[in-house]
Design a protein around this ligand. Sequence first.
Ligand code: NAP
Length: 252
Amino acid sequence: MKRLAGKVAVVTASTDGIGFAIAKRLAEDGAAVVISSRKQKNVDNALAELRKLNLNVHGLKCHVSEAQDRKQLFEETISKYGKLNILVSNAATNPAVGGVLECDEKVWDKIFDVNVKSSYLLAKEALPYLRREKGSSIVFVSSIAGYDAFELLGAYSVSKTALIGLTKAAAKDLAPEGIRVNCLAPGIIRTKFSKALYENEAANEAALSKIPMGRLGTSEEMAGVVSFLVSEDAGYITGESIVASGGMSARL
Ligand code: NAP
């Protein structure tokens, strides 16, 4: 039997990149998966790709900062599949590059709204459903930058540090109820989000020089970690952040 058979998962920001790979992997491991992102067209394309593989998926538009979209996300999950076992909060934004104290206040607010506040609200709103099921779990997607700030991604890095804190705090609160909360901190993964770090040769060389394994990571490698974290194989793991970074150093 597949290890996530009978489980229902919501993965946000899941029509491309790491989120898409997570949705695909959880579905391949037997879960029914609800995918979403800001653009309906992207949702439709991702659904078509996943259904071609005979995976049990449903999808809708959900901008994680929109309260109505989040409400719809959970309501549709329950009406379609009847329950929720797993929440993976994966959306993030980085509208501007620069050092943390150079960051414009509006940009700071946007980064914290999407990356941190939406993660907190999604978890809070998912909780009544997660509480109904045995062995539920939440995974937040942080970043290696949350451990050691990237110079040009100052505010983004701080928002990702906050997610490591959110993981620890929520895990402590929910541990007595048997709901686990963990975090994935990807290193540099080849996706659209990170293309500035690999598209130009100098940037690519600079990125690779920081990675002991000498290559960027793949979205599928990130998905494998999440599949483990939400499975019963990780049944005694909560409050942890797993760094998957090809050996880049991670220390708070
Ligand atoms: P990506 O390839 O650019 O994919 C982003 C996905 O998120 C798309 O499906 C996009 O679809 C959706 N999205 C963007 N903003 C959204 C929002 N506000 N609400 C809902 N959906 C939204 O990005 P990625 O590299 O996979 O990044 C995924 C996560 O991994 C992020 O949390 C990021 O911080 C983290 N991460 C990435 C790396 C890396 O090197 N790639 C490293 C560390 C951490 P729409 O355009 O349709 O919304």
